[in-house]
Ligand binder design. Structure first.
Ligand SMILES: NC(=O)c1ccc[n+]([C@@H]2O[C@H](COP(=O)([O-])OP(=O)(O)OC[C@H]3O[C@@H](n4cnc5c(N)ncnc54)[C@H](OP(=O)(O)O)[C@@H]3O)[C@@H](O)[C@H]2O)c1
Length: 249
């Protein structure tokens, strides 16, 4: 079994929030197993494929675009033939999105006016907004949804540590005006369908069309720093921690 527990050798648990260990296909490296072919990849795959239900040539905008989920979802959306605009928080992330993930446009939300840039990059509006950060960008995107627009609620990194919690989106009535849909996605519900995602993504990974971008720290002592990087935005791609076999780690 594996699941949510502490960074410790032994855990006392009632078994809640644990899921069965799964066997990955022969030759799949461990980093893929816990990243692109793990929960991170499941969320990206089913979020794009089933919640967004994309049609070719539609425009998808994604926040947290260069993170673990975002880096995979952005590439999958490109592979499905969408026009993709990635929103991320550093020049290095924007570079990676443009030149490695192959998205069509990027916005650095820390230095640019997101609304103004979205209007420039998506003059006809947005068909799909894939939200990983849960911040003010959601309201900005809601304002620009096209008829039949969809919002995929994947995560809300900007809200997790915020005290007090900021108010929710105010522009939700925009969904009424465009017959839109906003839908949450819980990755663990898709665990029974993992094989579908693996079957779809593994050939893409092996051919190099889909890149598994990873940010690897080594040693359990680095675990707190790894977690903090998700909030500082220092990670590019999936934040992983590899156990150092040396004694004391
Ligand atoms: N629904 C599910 O079942 C499910 C499953 C897995 C993950 N998730 C969610 O999906 C999201 C992405 O997860 P991940 O593991 O791939 O993490 P991640 O995107 O690799 O890392 C988090 C990123 O959030 C961004 N961020 C941090 N503080 C922010 C802020 N105040 N405002 C805006 N962005 C901020 C940073 O990127 P920038 O540099 O771009 O700011 C950071 O790199 C998370 O919200 C996570 O909880 C949901």
């Amino acid at each position: 079994m594996h699941g949510h527990t502490a960074w410790e050798d032994y855990t006392v648990t009632d078994g809640q929030s644990f899921t069965p260990t799964y066997r990955v296909p022969e030759g799949v490296p461990a980093n893929w197993a816990v990243g692109v072919l793990g929960l991170t990849g499941l969320v990206a795959y089913f979020g794009v494929h089933e919640i967004a239900r994309p049609k070719p040539d539609e425009t998808l905008v994604i926040s947290g675009a260069a993170g673990g989920v975002g880096s995979i979802a952005s590439q999958l959306a490109k592979i499905y033939g969408l026009r993709v605009i990635g929103i991320a928080g550093s020049p290095a992330k924007c570079e990676w999105l443009l030149h490695e993930a192959g998205v069509d446009g990027v916005i650095n939300y820390r230095t640019e006016d997101v609304g103004k840039r979205l209007t420039e990059l998506c003059p006809d509006g947005i068909d799909i907004f894939f939200d990983n950060d849960g911040g003010p960008t959601l309201d900005i995107a809601l304002d620009r949804l096209r008829a039949g627009g969809r919002v995929v609620l994947c995560g809300a990194t900007s809200r997790y540590a915020a005290k007090p919690q900021p108010p929710g989106p105010v522009n939700y009535l925009a969904l009424v005006m465009v017959n839109g849909r906003m839908e949450g996605l819980l990755g663990r519900d898709y665990i029974p369908r993992r094989a579908e995602a693996v079957d779809a993504m593994l050939p893409l990974l092996r051919s190099g069309r889909l890149k598994s971008k990873e940010d690897v720290l080594v040693g359990l002592r680095e675990a707190p720093r790894g977690l903090a990087r998700l909030y500082s935005g220092d990670n590019i791609g999936k934040q992983l921690l590899r156990m150092d076999p040396a004694p004391g780690n």
